[in-house]
Design a protein around this ligand. Structure first.
Ligand SMILES: NC(=O)c1ccc[n+]([C@@H]2O[C@H](COP(=O)([O-])OP(=O)(O)OC[C@H]3O[C@@H](n4cnc5c(N)ncnc54)[C@H](OP(=O)(O)O)[C@@H]3O)[C@@H](O)[C@H]2O)c1
Length: 240
């Protein structure tokens, strides 16, 4: 039986590429999203991958959705915590709301969803969790104390949870993408983006697929000796 994989934020951007890579690997993929119904409908139509709408930062919504997915598709054996947002601003301009939104969506979501699938994975003695961090969680970034803190937190979360999961054959890893050509990065002013690309040794932005193939690698059934690691996929921009 195909294993069920949930990819949060899995209907567009990097998440869409992850969903499709896992589907190509023979997984039964479910994507989640926050509110972009048009993207979700188009994605399902194109790929056949069902999309579930819920807010990953809200524990109760996550609990309802996980129960629904288990009933309609099957228990989740592969979890990719990919959903994320930015609310950039220097400390002078950043308010508490921007801080909370980014911490809750990027980091709180990892707790919510891992918590909700954990007992089932442990009982079945199989689990794959991949959390999508960021180069900016490794290196920091001007105007992103909220995002850098959330993504840096993901790396600590991953290493701690990996220690707990090992005895139940649950692996927990992170990927730290560099700058990838998605809507999130297209929101960066062109002059800033040009400077960023100039600092990438490979001379280009990442493609969503560059990240997706890392997720496929880390979630393979035989990737059972890789846990607690962070895979940097950034064109050589930051070697950590
Ligand atoms: N792009 C990059 O260069 C880059 C670099 C490093 C790390 N990352 C990380 O990679 C991940 C994907 O980035 P991306 O560029 O593909 O982002 P994106 O194109 O902006 O897509 C974000 C996805 O997350 C979903 N989402 C956002 N908030 C949510 C919430 N509260 N509940 C449920 N779903 C939510 C969105 O759903 P809707 O479509 O419904 O809004 C969308 O599917 C993020 O964690 C990001 O931080 C990206």
């Amino acid at each position: 039986m195909a294993r069920v994989a949930l990819v949060t934020g899995g209907q567009r951007g990097i998440g869409a590429a992850i969903s499709e890579a896992l589907q190509a690997q023979g997984r039964k993929v479910v994507a989640s999203y926050a509110g972009n119904d048009a993207a979700a409908e188009a994605f399902t139509q194109r790929t056949g991958i069902p999309c579930y709408k819920f807010d990953v930062s809200d524990y109760d919504q996550c609990a309802t959705a996980i129960a629904k997915i288990a009933a309609e598709i099957g228990p989740i054996e592969i979890l990719v915590n990919n959903a994320g947002i930015t609310r950039d601003g220097t400390m002078k301009r950043m308010d508490r709301e921007m801080w909370d939104a980014v911490i809750d969506t990027n980091l709180g979501s990892c707790f919510n969803l891992a918590k909700l699938v954990w007992d089932g994975m442990a009982a079945r003695k199989f689990g794959r969790i991949v959390n999508i961090g960021s180069i900016n969680g490794q290196a920091g970034q001007y105007g992103q104390v909220n995002y850098a803190a959330a993504k840096s937190g993901i790396h600590g979360f991953t290493k701690a949870l990996a220690q707990e999961g090992a005895r139940s054959q649950i692996t927990v890893n992170a990927i730290a993408p560099g700058y990838v050509d998605t809507e999130m990065v297209r929101a960066v002013p062109p002059d800033v983006l040009e400077k960023i690309i100039a600092r990438i040794p490979m001379g280009r932005l990442g493609r969503a697929y560059d990240i997706a193939r890392g997720v496929a690698f880390l979630t393979a059934d035989d990737a059972d000796f890789i846990t607690g690691s962070t895979l940097s996929i950034n064109g050589g921009q930051h070697m950590y």
